[in-house]
Design a protein around this ligand. Structure first.
Ligand SMILES: *[C@@H]1O[C@H](CO)[C@@H](O)[C@H](O)[C@H]1NC(C)=O
Ligand SMILES: *[C@@H]1O[C@H](CO)[C@@H](O)[C@H](O)[C@H]1NC(C)=O
Ligand SMILES: *[C@@H]1O[C@H](CO)[C@@H](O)[C@H](O)[C@H]1NC(C)=O
Length: 646
């Protein structure tokens, strides 16, 4: 057996594998369970995995404060600092703008920016642009984004490692300010709206929930940071909005009040910086930028003239979005009701405020396509019905391949960019019922190796449209009646057509891709023809103690789609190795583990993480891991077992 030690390199492997890996988000708004990242990464906050070394640096920055000094004289303190700062600004002249500012209301700004796209893991990378999985920004990326139909770009920026001075001035490196300004210009020169923020600073130095956090320092630094950003970007056009801070950690009403205070400090700073900032649109936020805490504790600041919207983020349900506990299906009435309720919570609490969903993402790299398309379709339309605009998260591994300038899942992008609140999209049907023991998906024609080729039926949700055409990867159009027919809500492919691609002995793998077009709606799903047989592992067991301390890579011969659907972990005595509460979930979720935290894969291996190996050792029980693949049949045929013995 080949054993590889995977550390930070996992991130690089992920680039090839197009999965989220260490760069993924390890929590998710509203999620309060345990969090974990790929080996070599740590979960630094609710939504960020970072390398251990960066976190060490981050900790060093924040450990300088020891007491939690809650000041009641914020605005006085801030104004004093502001006066000093204004002098600096005046001498640099940055805050005097030439030309006019074309005022825009917050509601006009927010409705015009839909749909938006996030320049994720880029200027927000820690410590610097280029430190994570994306190369430096190039302007042509925004051409691709605009051509796809996006109308705005949210530009997350982490400032933490770009300070060149300390208290009380907190000077930011002018080169970095210039870089951010240049990227803003790349976006707005194309007529796209832009939102600039303060991003991972939220947990690196501005975490108000840390015991011993020096709130005086956080407030002072936050003011000075926004004063400098506000000065640098003071004369940008009304296409540019500011967002105070990304997903600020927040546990209590007191934290919520402190975040309200940060919103005020932010407004004070940009207004003090001058230029057009007093008219500029801002998107304010509540704790964690989640709908629950925002609805509970957000209080709009008074005394400022800026048009404002509320921004929140949504990555729910956590298990579906982050491949946890075998949740590879989505779309039941209860799944839909949850999204509806979560969005309404915010809308009903802030009936007159424009609302922006600034991050959401069902990534093509770790969600099943038919389930994903149902989710995207429902999420976008639910948001639009509630007058909520949406900005897609894209960490560079999710949606846009920035090197090739191609979208990894054109159907999601099409639904996001073209759907209105009432668009009727045609979608492949798939299993929704959580009591199911197998999973069907009409995003695939799965043919099992060794069996005769027969006609194949794909149930579809037509949504009032008719099927216009089906074309294959070579660009030929299939002949209706000969190659396929539509019968009720089913598209039936004939055995003679499928036999052009497949036989009982065709080598397993992706055989062909079909694109379906419908008479209406924004959806053009692709259906993949896949030949499959059960994969094989190069070995079926290992002694836990002899492989502990690092991730265990087990070479695999894939038998169809080269991905893992889920991994079950049962001890020899029949108990669940981890998360025994999953007994309350459906059959295809029980005893299942979590992608990245407990299992992983690359192009030629399945991987058990060092963390799950430790769980086996501490349980003191030999454990059978069942790796399941698509199509999922609950571990019966399309699955392999690997045992870690103690
Ligand atoms: C907290 O921060 C303020 C402002 O930077 C500083 O003056 C003060 O000494 C800090 N308090 C502690 C206990 O470090
Ligand atoms: C407003 O938010 C609170 C706190 O989350 C919630 O209890 C309440 O039901 C919401 N109000 C409405 C009208 O949705
Ligand atoms: C895996 O092992 C379990 C018992 O530990 C067994 O019930 C199951 O059938 C096995 N699955 C496969 C695919 O071999």
């Amino acid at each position: 057996m080949q054993i590889l030690i995977l550390g930070a390199l996992v991130g690089l492997v992920r680039l090839a594998q197009a999965q989220v890996g260490g760069y993924g988000q390890c929590g998710g708004n509203g999620y309060s369970g345990s969090t974990s990242c790929t080996a070599g990464y740590v979960c630094a906050s609710q939504n960020a995995c970072t390398t251990s070394s960066s976190t060490t640096t981050a900790a060093a920055v924040t450990t300088t404060s020891t007491t939690k000094a809650i000041t009641t004289t914020l605005i006085t303190t801030t104004k004093t600092t502001a006066q000093t700062a204004t002098a600096t600004a005046s001498s640099s002249g940055a805050a005097t703008c030439t030309g006019a500012f074309s005022s825009i209301s917050a509601s006009n700004f927010i409705s015009s920016l839909h749909p938006g796209w996030n320049l994720g893991n880029t200027l927000d990378a820690v410590p610097d642009e280029g430190s994570w999985n994306n190369a430096a920004v190039v302007a042509s990326t925004f051409d691709t984004v605009k051509t796809a139909g996006f109308r705005s770009v949210r530009i997350p920026v982490t400032w933490a490692y770009h300070f060149t001075g300390s208290s009380p001035d907190w000077t930011v490196d002018p080169t970095w300010l210039q870089r951010v300004s240049d990227v803003v210009d790349m976006v707005v020169s194309r007529g796209l709206y832009a939102i600039v923020n303060v991003h991972h600073d939220s947990w690196i130095w501005a975490d108000v929930t840390q015991s011993g956090a020096n709130l005086t320092m956080i407030e002072e630094k936050f003011y000075r940071l926004w004063y400098q950003i506000g000065t640098k970007l003071a004369c940008k056009s009304s296409l540019v909005a500011f967002e105070p801070i990304n997903e600020p950690p927040c546990n209590t009403a007191t934290d919520g009040a402190e975040i309200n205070k940060l919103n005020k400090i932010f407004l004070q700073a940009i207004n003090d910086a001058g230029g057009f900032n007093s008219q500029r649109v801002v998107t304010l936020n509540g704790g964690g930028q989640d709908s629950v805490k925002t609805s509970q504790w957000f209080v709009a600041p008074t005394g400022f003239s800026n048009p404002y919207a509320i921004q929140f983020h949504y990555y729910s349900p956590y298990d579906f979005i982050f491949s946890a506990w075998g949740k590879t299906i989505w779309g039941s009435d209860s799944d839909k009701a949850t999204v509806q309720t979560d969005f309404q919570l915010l809308r009903n609490n802030f009936t007159n405020v424009p609302i922006l969903l600034g991050e959401y993402d069902a990534s093509p790299t770790n969600t099943e396509p038919a389930a994903r398309w149902k989710y995207v379709d429902f999420l976008i339309k639910t948001a639009l019905k509630l007058d909520i605009s949406c900005v897609l998260w894209d960490n560079g591994l999710d949606h846009l391949d920035r090197t090739a300038s191609t979208w990894r899942d054109t159907n999601s992008i099409s639904m996001i960019t073209k759907s209105t609140a009432s668009t009727a999209n045609s979608l492949p049907d798939s299993t929704e019922d959580s009591s199911a023991t197998t999973q069907s998906s009409s995003a695939y024609i799965f043919h099992q190796y060794g069996t005769a080729v027969a006609a194949y039926t794909l149930p579809f949700i037509f949504n009032g449209n008719t099927l216009s055409s089906i074309s294959d990867s070579a660009g030929s159009t299939l002949v209706s009646g000969t190659d396929y027919s539509v019968s009720g809500a089913n598209i039936v492919f004939t055995a003679s057509y499928l036999s052009k691609h497949l036989s009982a002995t065709t080598a397993p793998g992706l055989i062909a891709t079909l694109t379906l077009k419908f008479s209406g709606g924004a959806s053009s799903p692709v259906v993949k023809i896949v030949q499959w047989k059960t994969p094989t592992l190069s070995s079926t067991s290992a002694v836990a103690s002899s492989v502990s301390g690092s991730d265990l890579s087990i070479p695999i011969t894939w038998g169809g789609l080269p991905t893992i659907a889920a991994v079950k972990a049962l001890t020899k005595s029949g108990t669940y190795l981890v998360d025994d509460w999953t007994v309350y979930l459906g059959p295809i979720q029980q005893a299942r583990t979590t992608y990245s935290g407990q299992y992983n894969w690359d192009s030629s291996n399945v991987i058990l993480t060092s963390s799950v190996i430790s769980s086996v050792i501490s349980a003191g029980q030999s454990t059978v891991f069942t790796f399941e693949f698509f199509p999922r049949d609950n571990g019966v045929v399309n699955a392999v077992n690997f045992t870690l013995t103690v």
